[in-house]
Design a protein around this ligand. Sequence first.
Ligand code: AMP
Ligand code: MG
Length: 312
Amino acid sequence: MQVNLAEAVALLKAGHVVAIPTETVYGLAADARNESALREIYAIKERPAHNPLIVHIGSSEQVLDWATGFSELAQKLAAVFWPGPLTLVLPARSAVSSVVRAGEPTVALRVPAHPVAQALLQQSGLGLAAPSANKYTQLSPTSAQHVLNGLGEAVPVLDGGACQVGIESTIVAVDGNQWQLLRLGMITEVALTAVAGVPQQIQLRPPKAPGQHLLHYSPQTPLQLFTSRAALIDAAARENSCAALLLGDGLIEHCTSFNVPNNPVGMAEKLYDTLHRMDALHVEKLLIEAPPRTVEWLAIHDRLARASHSLN
Ligand code: AMP
Ligand code: MG
């Protein structure tokens, strides 16, 4: 069911969940201090209780409402990348619900840039826990229609158009003046290192962390990655029914072809929408032309590998 901004604010303040737009993907939002609302998120997503939620806040001035410290390094990253697709994992205040933290001593915080998400945060005055608005392990939604298709009419959805970043935020754990990448996103390790001034410290946090279930972000249809167009064309000839995702121009015979921009920012924006559309064809196989394994493509590579179940 579609709701407008005022209705979304009222629902959130009353302890209900609402699917909301952010620049990364649509989130299933609830008041991060309301435990029954938080439990509703886990129930709708069928998400295991040990997988913590990101808390979205209106500005970095609210960090100390949730975290016990905001180190110089964390402040530097926030100053450059907020509002935007960066999540900081910081030591949590004890008052932060263990439901949102999933029992971790840390809390994950992000200031989203999407104007509708910002308006919701300002008008509600809440911190909003908001994991992606899809069932656990399935493809993330990047439009209101994806949310409706995945979660059904019962969940209120605020339509803010198509997400511009298109994949989930980069997650960084910060402990004092050390940091570690917990999830790849469009803000790259190179960009983070340039701002941090020091390289990341591996194993700062136990690798239990983030969204890193192997079957994350998966379409229903089996999906295979190809490192060359020629190999993809060969495979397509052997399939009964298939759809192909191609970097840049082109068309594959006997296969419904989908073209995405051949650059990381352009492809990230279209990636999930394209996979949703390919999945809806109910063909036997999705064939994907994989981008090169260079730094700027790493986050997209990560999502494709998870979607193909080939990451280990
Ligand atoms: P999602 O909201 O589904 O994009 O996923 C958020 C991810 O952030 C989860 O998979 C978490 O594991 C990670 N995350 C959230 N809170 C914490 C935390 N307190 N410590 C470490 N990782 C976290
Ligand atoms: Mg998710």
